[in-house]
Design a protein around this ligand. Structure first.
Ligand SMILES: *Cc1c(COP(=O)(O)O)cnc(C)c1O
Length: 274
């Protein structure tokens, strides 16, 4: 991965910028079409998933006509590198599987890290807590780091996340023992097969159902209102059904940025020519 950055690398190509802005707008319109039916709810947050896409794609959307702020990354190192290059007004979301030893440096090096969406052990929470604590002290940063507890709703062995019945315990730990973290809600990825089976807005996706049920349980055990815990669910292939089932946040990559290169081929600071 390239870390040195010549000014030239951050040049924004007008045709690419237009394409990205159009893609973003079309996703936003699709979200509003569904979300508009649920007028009592807050607006759904759209996290644009920019993993393996170059930093100037992000800059184009951030400085573009829709001034998009929320961007999601899967790899701690990639997020840290991009955060160093891009304006501090970007709100970074770490959405990928997280290694415990990467948690503290990530929280410590990225003051504008807005949310870590993939917390699934108390150890990771504690490491994030330490990192955020260090930056709070050093930079006088006041705000807590938002975290979501990732739940393995599909029961697939290879998926990260806590089992649904373990979620409350981890949530309680974050709320009670991590003062630099804010327990913001729950996240799931879900099984691909189910998202394909339930790709129409009316079909029930079991993963989304389970996440919502888990949220309601956690709220009960913590003695809070369910509305105090957000649900992050829905990606390119299934975000409409996720919103119909109560999602507060969707994470969308391919539909906005196009297909991703293989990880080994990704060059983060220059645009790929299709
Ligand atoms: C890559 C990724 C996404 C976005 O997936 P798309 O299908 O490209 O929209 C969302 N959430 C997580 C956790 C991801 O890793």
């Amino acid at each position: 991965m390239e870390t040195d950055l010549a000014d030239e690398d951050m040049r924004i190509e007008p045709t690419r910028a237009k394409q990205l802005a159009d893609n973003l707008l079309s996703v936003t319109n699709r979200i509003e079409k569904i979300d508009g039916n649920a007028s009592s709810r807050y607006e759904v947050r759209l996290v644009a998933v920019s993993k393996l896409k170059p930093a100037n794609d992000i800059l184009a959307l951030h400085q573009g006509p829709h001034a998009h702020h929320d961007f999601g990354e899967n790899y701690a190192q990639e997020l840290t590198e991009k955060a160093a290059l891009l304006p501090k007004s970007v709100r970074w979301h770490m959405i990928g599987a997280l290694q415990t030893n990467k948690c503290k440096p990530l929280a410590e090096q990225v003051p504008n890290l807005f949310c870590v969406s993939s917390v699934d052990t108390a150890k990771k929470a504690d490491a994030l807590e330490k990192g955020r604590g260090a930056i709070v002290e050093k930079q006088g940063l006041q705000s807590q780091l938002r975290v979501l507890v990732q739940v393995n709703t599909s029961g697939e062995a290879e998926k990260s996340g806590v089992e649904p019945d373990q979620a409350a315990e981890l949530c309680r730990h974050i709320r009670d023992d991590c003062r630099n973290l804010k327990l913001a809600g729950l996240m799931t990825i879900g099984a691909i097969a189910r998202s394909q089976a339930a790709d129409s807005q009316d079909a029930i996706n079991e993963d989304f159902f389970t996440l919502r049920e888990t949220r309601d349980n956690v709220a009960k055990e913590l003695g809070i209102e369910p509305s105090q815990l957000e649900l992050s669910m829905g990606m390119s292939s299934d975000f409409e059904s996720a919103i119909a089932q109560g999602s507060d946040e969707v994470r969308i990559g391919t539909t906005i940025f196009g297909d991703r290169p293989a990880k080994k081929d990704a060059e983060l600071t220059v645009r790929h020519h299709e």
